[in-house]
Design a protein around this ligand. Sequence first.
Ligand code: GLU
Ligand code: MG
Length: 449
Amino acid sequence: MPVRGERADGKYVAHQIDELRAKGVELVAGSLTDPAGVTRAKYVPLRRLGDFQRSGMGVSPSWSVFCVDSGIAFTPTIGVAGDLRIRIDPATVRVVDDGIAWAPGNLTDQGGEPVPLCLRSLLVRAERAAADRGLTALMGAELECTMVAPDGGPASTGPWSPYGIRTSLDRSAFLVDLATTAERAGLSVEQIHTEYGHDQLEVSLAPGTPVATADAVILTRIVLGRAAARHGLRISFAPVPFEGAAGNGAHLHLSLADKKGPLFAGGDGPHGIRPAGGSAIAGVIDSLPDLIGVYAGSALSALRLKPGNWAGAAACWGLENREAAVRFIAATPGSPHGANAELKLIDPSANPYLAAAAFLSSALRGIDHGFELPAEIPENPSQSATVPPALPTEQPAAIDALEKSALAAELLTPEVVEGVVAVRRYEITTFGDQPPAETARALRLAWSC
Ligand code: GLU
Ligand code: MG
């Protein structure tokens, strides 16, 4: 039985198999990204593509509580018994490496219904909730990451110049390979550059529907990892890959429109923000203390989320303000995709489907309640006369706040909150007393694809 709403046409699948075979594909991967933000996969020979949709491939329910290492954080409801399926939609299959194609998976029961811990389906529902309100939501994504050596150590030791033409040209063969494979995989790469941190790289993606963008984030991580491997490198998506190094963000950009046009432009509010757009931003900021455990809740997240890191550690918003949790980007000719709100405090240890669902749902909640846009903080919040409320950035505080939050349970379901809390609590127990340098070493490749 197909996943509800997805295509199950035998002729279409046969045609897909022929096309993929012509491209040299032998194996098809279907992946799930779990509440700890780790992506896992099962593979089938190409001829079984249709089965990957119809019956799905079996996984234990414990896949949802696998941790950043090999630990399993069983809960009262998630144990060793039972069987779930990863199902893919053949229409989403992309070639990612020699002989390998990939598609994002949905976590379903055996009959084909998404289960509560299917985080991709959670985002599908958030997108539907926007549509039910007559709103179109689009999201863009920035993927910051760090190039590392095959053994996980530093990739280079020479001097680094942030955004340097030399630091990028030194890696030109890799970057050209990356751009070519990304294009072939159907990704809409907007920009690639070496970042501020040593050996740090950023790839940004054009806006798409939230689900398409979260899928594209995983696909980009895969393509980045494969291209890097061909050039003697690996890619770290740790929020902080080495103690003291610049952090990696996983910023998402949200724009919303109703039938009159964008909510973040053309209005009488600051920078053209319309009342509903202001409420959306207010909703996102209001929920940050509850949802920070979703956006930046791993054992390494707090190392990044500090003032001065441009990580958006302050619960406020401001025009082009890189220290604000929400950096507002106005509609100007310099912003080809129009006005949008960038949530900067998300890091790559967050599941992109879950982070996007939390971001969108909290914006919709702000609109539903008619929240008022808080005063803008136009300068560095650390130096502002108006001090934004402190956020529980340390992992134990962030996870306690998430666990207690009625708001998180309402927006994300109690089951999802329970899963996230279980895997992050495991991290607190396992890594909480370790020196950060050790944790960074242990988890450097945890979120890599
Ligand atoms: N690396 C910063 C972060 O951790 C962001 C830098 C930027 O604004 O691009 O989010
Ligand atoms: Mg950046």
